[in-house]
Design a protein around this ligand. Structure first.
Ligand code: NAD
Length: 462
């Protein structure tokens, strides 16, 4: 797609107040592929005013009409699926197939689910002598990361629109073109001016101005725990509602009765997908001592098969950060069985698919989110030990359990401190609540639980 040189505010592309620009780079070959405006506080203010002005009419729009706009939006995303996939590949570096099957397809499913929910959700309920109205929270400030550039925006914009909220989105600086494409789709779908607004810009400038803006009612943030903590503090200080989807360090627990080869192969694929840049990736594989050596060999072979098929990470900073973690793993005594810190190619921000064995729970690589294609394999001696290790980080976003018997896996999963668990390779469900325990976040996205984040109650007594 051709980059816009403006910001999408109040239904039109408008020039930014200042002249600062963000260069967009293709991480596969380090070439600049476009530039977009870097909005300042003044632009953010203009966008928030537009969202505020559009709020009364959109909030009063019957849910069936909001559903119709979301259905139209879903249809535009379907029609432009190929262009979306190409754009994500160009600015994120994701392999073409992944861009088509996940990056372009998942947002269609999510937009479709909210079109349906807007039409069917009871925005009114009876509680004894009260009628409870579920009303939109108001103006939403959404700040999103680059790892799933379109999904992260749709997971906020679709429920916000379904609820009757208006929204200003500040997308990640690495992936603004996908965001611009989405704004075009919203426009094409006939969403009224001011209901959806897009300000591209830097996190500490435009992102911060949005989080701090006094006329934003809810700040919905997805990104790192460090930035999330600051945004939570700013929002808390202003007594604003806040939703935070943050980092993860999820455990893939393979119980002795499981199909070991399947559990290891799916586990490696889960970590290497999107070059390890998935917040819910199962980056800690937990294997019983008796099966440990066999599992490590299976993981090594599975990682080796990825070789060149893995995409780059998003930028030079991330590449250096991931390599730094690999070096830290070596320094702390973990055993490298695949990959390593060396650059696998001359050009592009590539990192080799990496597997560490002999990882102990307190090592940095077992505790901190690496956000790259790096798997750690840990050993447990019994189930209690496995549970202690699985729950032994500050995070709690996702996880997996494998066992010969489903009930055995479920019993273990129920004891995990985490928001999502896949049982024996269960499929991702775009309607199930997604979000974290502990420092992985506050609130939930997707499905009806995600919609609820954008609603507030008003009780009328009779
Ligand atoms: P990041 O926190 O650096 O940036 C996320 C967004 O916040 C970007 O739009 C950025 O511009 C903005 N930002 C940065 N500083 C800001 C500030 N001071 N004020 C306001 N906004 C600011 O994260 P990232 O590197 O883009 O993304 C990777 C992180 O996101 C990982 O930690 C990952 O786990 C997390 N993540 C979480 C989920 C989830 O659903 N829980 C999903 C995807 C990614």
């Amino acid at each position: 797609m051709k980059p816009h040189d403006g910001l999408y505010i109040d239904g039109a592309w408008r020039p930014a107040a200042g002249g600062d620009l963000i260069q967009v780079v293709n991480p596969a070959d380090e070439q600049v592929i476009g530039q977009v405006p870097a909005a300042g506080a003044e632009d953010v203010d203009t966008a928030v005013r537009a969202a505020r002005a559009a709020l009364p009419a959109w909030a009063a729009t019957p849910p069936a009409e909001r559903a119709a706009r979301l259905t139209a939006l879903r249809d535009v995303l379907v029609a432009r699926q190929e262009e979306i996939a190409e754009t994500v590949t160009a600015e994120l570096g994701a392999p073409t197939k992944l861009s088509q099957v996940v990056h372009a397809a998942l947002p269609i499913a999510v937009a479709g689910s909210y079109a349906e929910l807007a039409a069917t959700h009871p925005f009114e309920e009876k509680v004894g002598n009260s009628t409870v109205h579920l009303e939109p929270i108001g103006v939403v400030g959404a700040i999103t990361p680059w790892n799933y550039p379109l999904h992260q925006i749709v997971a906020k914009a679709a429920p916000a629109l379904a609820a009757g909220c208006t929204i200003v989105v500040k997308p990640a600086e690495d992936t603004p073109l996908t965001a611009q494409l989405f704004a075009e789709a919203v426009h094409e779908a006939g969403v009224p001016a001011g209901v959806f607004n897009l300000v591209t810009g830097l996190g500490p400038v435009a992102g911060q101005a949005l989080a701090e803006h006094p006329d934003v009612d809810l700040v919905s943030f997805t990104g790192s725990t460090a930035v999330g903590r600051r945004i939570g503090a700013v929002a808390g200080g202003a007594l604003k509602k806040v939703a935070l989807e943050l980092g993860g360090k999820s455990a893939n627990v393979i119980l002795p009765s499981a199909d070991l080869a399947k559990a290891v192969n799916v586990g490696v694929a889960n970590v290497m997908s999107n070059s390890g840049q998935t917040c819910s990736a199962w980056t800690r594989m937990l294997v019983h001592a008796d099966q440990y050596d066999e599992a490590v060999e299976l993981a090594r072979a599975a990682a080796a098969k990825y070789g060149d098929r893995i995409g780059p990470v998003v930028n030079a900073g991330q590449r250096d950060r991931v390599r730094g973690y690999i070096e830290k793993g070596l320094a702390e005594g973990a055993r490298l069985v695949a990959g390593g810190p060396d650059a696998p190619r001359e050009r592009g921000y590539y990192v080799s698919p990496t597997v560490f064995a002999d990882v102990t729970p307190e090592m940095t690589i077992a505790q901190e989110e690496i956000f790259g294609p790096v798997l750690t394999v840990l050993k447990y001696v019994d189930e209690e030990d496995a549970l202690r290790i699985a729950n032994g980080t500050v995070y709690g976003l996702a996880g997996a359990v494998w066992a010969g018997d489903e009930a055995e896996a479920v019993a273990f999963a129920r004891r995990m401190d985490t928001g999502q668990v896949d049982i024996n390779g269960g499929r991702f469900n775009p309607r199930a609540p997604f979000g974290g325990y502990k420092q992985s976040g506050v609130g939930r996205e997707l499905g009806v639980h995600g919609l609820t984040e954008y609603l507030q109650t008003k009780s009328l007594q009779f």
